[in-house]
Design a protein around this ligand. Structure first.
Ligand code: GAP
Length: 517
């Protein structure tokens, strides 16, 4: 299936099965804002728990906070967001469409990369087993030409972004003859900077009102609370503060569903360390975060590291963990070594000392910070895009059928088991309720008696429920039930008393965490 169609299909599935709805849909929706439905919120909460447990519960030296979304406006002057949290934008005069200028150039670069990939495929087909990809990449004239084009454009872009040279960014677009994807024209405005923060007023709009911002990242709530937590928690370096919360960005180009939203959630952890040890901690967190992702079992090849070409002036190392979404490899999480920039800035702007006293050396200093910052919604999208599958199944009469199955990692599945009475009579519904009343303390259960048993199984497969338990007449005689596995579709007759153990074995968060720790 074409990538575009595959992506449309998963968006439709997310809506049809109560995972994600367009915000304010009855008013035709609000662009790049989404609501999570009855199953979506459960999946989201389970992802949060997986992250929180891995960061806070598994580390004695990491604690959590929940800071307010509104912060003193001076926070954003100190962090640099009021002056520098900008994207370069450009408008096409014919289509009136607005684009991020750097994205247009990056997409143009990707076209050269696609040509290289195509040539490699052709080479592989032509030379078969004797194909030497490394040598081909180093010697094929077409590939070398395309590679040098990529290097040239990328080099110019990085330099222009570093120097904040908007004229040069426009010139790259002109020189590369980049056309508007909508109008096809090259009739561009100049490139301008656009600040991504949303503004609002605190207090009455009249006298005394002051301009404040919706936070564009959760990290600053951690920095301004660094000393509160360090002192009240008697924390010793190295230690971390974790937080999950909403962030807001007025994205210029908001598309790709929940990948780029205007209101989204971040899960961030700032790890405070002694200056000079940050590289070691940076490598530690880089590896540990990758392990966390891979433990989910969404296919290891779908993840890769990407080192930043352009480091922020305060950072001394930065890597992204990228995931292969249906529209290609894109950023999922950032791991940044931010030096002492943020704390020093807050110290300067607030006039309050934000130092750590090291009892061993007797010195006071501003700690360095290694940050891990992951988008909750993007993590949700990794699961949607990797786990939703169409599977061919053979029917009893030999025909084949398509089963839509959402293979969510069981520990994250919104519903852990569905309890289904075979028929709506003879005391079977009552027995099903009895089982739910016992199991609901441990697992999110769902009762379903509508439609044939086959249709009910398919409905649970599409929701992603790891287990279905069926109650039939034999259950009333011997307290046994049939338990059906979502992935293998295998069914087994077991005692009701065994259910808790069987389900727990499959859906336990502990087992997932044990893969990492
Ligand atoms: N404190 C560092 C920070 O905010 P970032 O790279 O701007 O760094 C971190 O954002 C993560 O937040 C990203 O890797 C991404 O997963 C998520 N994110 C950023 N902007 C987003 C948006 N508009 N919609 C959804 N997720 C977003």
């Amino acid at each position: 299936m074409a990538q575009d169609d595959q992506f449309k299909k998963l968006i439709a599935h997310a809506k049809e099965y109560g995972y994600i709805f367009q915000s304010s849909e009855i008013y035709d929706g609000l662009s790049a804002v989404y609501d999570y439905g009855q199953y979506g919120v459960e999946l989201k909460n389970n992802i949060k728990k997986y992250w929180w447990d891995a960061m806070v519960k598994m580390h004695e030296n990491i604690v959590g906070i929940d800071a307010a979304i509104f912060m003193h406006p001076e926070t954003w002057n100190a962090s640099g967001h009021t002056s520098a949290f900008n994207d370069p934008l450009i408008d096409n005069k014919d289509s009136k469409k607005r684009y991020r200028a750097d994205d247009l150039i990056e997409e143009h670069i990707q076209k050269y990369q696609a040509k290289i990939n195509k040539d490699v495929d052709k080479g592989r087909k032509k030379f078969g087993d004797s194909f030497d990809e490394k040598q081909f990449l180093e010697t094929n004239p077409n590939i070398l030409r395309n590679k040098s084009k990529i290097d040239e454009i990328q080099g110019r872009l990085v330099k222009a972004l570093e120097a904040d040279d908007l004229n040069e960014i426009k010139q790259i677009i002109v020189d590369c003859e980049i056309a508007c994807p909508v109008s096809g024209s090259k009739n561009w405005t100049d490139v301008r900077q656009f600040n991504l923060m949303f503004e609002t007023q605190l207090g009455s709009v009249a006298e005394g009102a002051s301009k404040i911002y919706l936070r564009p990242e959760t990290a600053q709530g951690i920095f301004v609370n660094y000393l509160n937590v360090q002192k009240t928690g008697r924390m010793k370096l190295p230690f971390g503060i974790a937080q999950i919360g909403k962030a807001f960005r007025n994205e210029i180009v908001a598309r790709q569903f929940i990948f780029r939203m205007r209101e989204f959630e971040q899960m961030e952890m700032q790890f405070f360390v002694k200056p000079g040890t940050e590289k070691e901690w940076f490598n530690h967190w880089k590896e540990l975060r990758m392990k966390w992702h891979k433990a989910l079992g969404l296919t290891d090849e779908k993840y890769r590291f990407h080192e930043h070409d352009k480091l922020a002036h305060y950072a001394n190392a930065a890597f992204d963990i990228e995931f292969e979404f249906p529209f290609g490899f894109k950023e999922l999480e950032g791991i940044h070594s931010r030096t002492d920039f943020d704390l020093s800035q807050h110290q300067k702007f607030s006039g309050k000392k934000l130092q750590y006293f090291d009892p061993e050396s007797g010195e006071s200093f501003v700690p360095y910070v290694v940050e891990t910052s992951i988008g909750l919604d993007r993590t949700f999208l990794t699961i949607l895009s990797a786990c939703l599958q169409d599977e061919e199944v053979k029917k009893e009469n030999g025909d084949s059928d398509i089963r839509v199955v959402f293979r969510i990692p069981p520990a994250l599945a919104p519903i852990k088991l569905a309890v289904l009475p075979l028929v709506k009579k003879d005391g079977l519904p009552e027995k099903a309720r009895e089982i739910i009343d016992e199991l609901k303390f441990d697992f999110t259960c769902q009762y379903d008696e509508k439609d044939s048993i086959g249709r009910r199984y398919r409905r649970q497969d599409a929701i992603g429920t790891p287990y279905c338990v069926t109650i039939d007449h034999k259950t009333l005689e011997d307290n046994t039930v049939t338990i059906r596995d979502r992935d293998s579709m295998e069914q087994e007759r077991v005692q009701i008393s065994e259910l808790t153990k069987i389900v727990d074995d499959k859906v336990s968060m502990k087992k997932l965490l044990k893969k990492i720790f």
